[in-house]
Design a protein around this ligand. Structure first.
Ligand SMILES: Nc1nc2c(ncn2[C@@H]2O[C@H](COP(=O)(O)OP(=O)(O)O)[C@@H](O)[C@H]2O)c(=O)[nH]1
Ligand SMILES: Nc1ncnc2c1ncn2[C@@H]1O[C@H](COP(=O)(O)OP(=O)(O)O)[C@@H](O)[C@H]1O
Length: 206
């Protein structure tokens, strides 16, 4: 199989507090070749976050310019801040045959679906809504009011699950990671992908 195949674009979404960040971090051990896109955001860096590692931290003006210059693959406003995926890195990495994962919220994921219908959409679910609330409370970063609004937003986000290809329950981080890894392996074995790589075999044999 000599034909160079484009990498697979994987989109991971789920309500705030479900464990997306935790799972993505642990996933590095399960899928070491997977490339993580670093998003741009207008939100302020949290303690310990590094420019270009966690996010590219940008002013609202800078962010608007990136949108106008068509440098964003997708972008969305989430709880008063802008978040977006830089286009060039994702396209170059996919063209180099590597798989890329985007950890983004649902509005942005829906935009990706329009431009990359072949992408694989995975939704991360909590074991229950009570457990989701406990995780948000346990994280200790939100006020009572913010917790209530995150839970309302979570219900709206979960209602978009029908647009996703896979739903994974994040009961245990290791199980969630191995489920995602299995999806990636299965997607690489999709007949359509493999057939496009072996098309030239028939011509060579004749
Ligand atoms: N559309 C979009 N959403 C993003 C992007 N990067 C991060 N997000 C989402 O923005 C939301 C808020 O992220 P963040 O401020 O880091 O908070 P936390 O993930 O809830 O701890 C999460 O749902 C992220 O998945 C992006 O590039 N595009
Ligand atoms: N499978 C899990 N079981 C128990 N707690 C978890 C699990 N996954 C994540 N958490 C915890 O839930 C909280 C929210 O996780 P985080 O990764 O910040 O969520 P998100 O990125 O989706 O907002 C964190 O305190 C994290 O340690």
């Amino acid at each position: 199989m000599t034909n160079k195949e484009r990498g697979i674009l994987i989109v991971l979404s789920g309500p705030s507090g479900v464990g997306k960040g935790t799972v993505c971090k642990a996933l590095r051990r399960y899928a070491p070749d997977l490339v993580y896109s670093v998003s741009a955001t207008t939100r302020a860096p949290r303690e310990g976050e590094q420019e270009g590692v966690n996010y590219f931290f940008r002013s609202r003006d800078q962010f608007q310019r990136l949108i106008q210059q068509n440098e964003m693959l997708e972008w969305a406003e989430y709880v008063g801040n802008f978040y977006g995926t830089p286009r060039k890195f994702v396209e170059d990495t996919l063209n180099a045959g590597k798989d890329v994962i985007l950890e983004i919220e649902v509005q942005g994921a829906m935009k990706v679906k329009q431009t990359f219908p072949e992408a694989v959409f995975i939704f991360l679910l909590p074991p229950s809504m009570d457990e989701l609330k406990s995780r948000i409370v346990g994280r200790g970063t939100d006020s009572q009011e913010a917790i209530r609004s995150r839970m309302t937003v979570a219900a709206d986000e979960i209602s978009l699950i029908e647009y996703y290809d896979y739903a994974i329950v994040n009961d245990r981080v290791e199980l969630a990671c191995s489920r995602i890894q299995s999806i990636i392996v299965a997607e690489h074995c999709r007949k359509e992908r493999v057939v496009s790589k072996i098309k030239h075999w028939m011509a060579e044999v004749k």
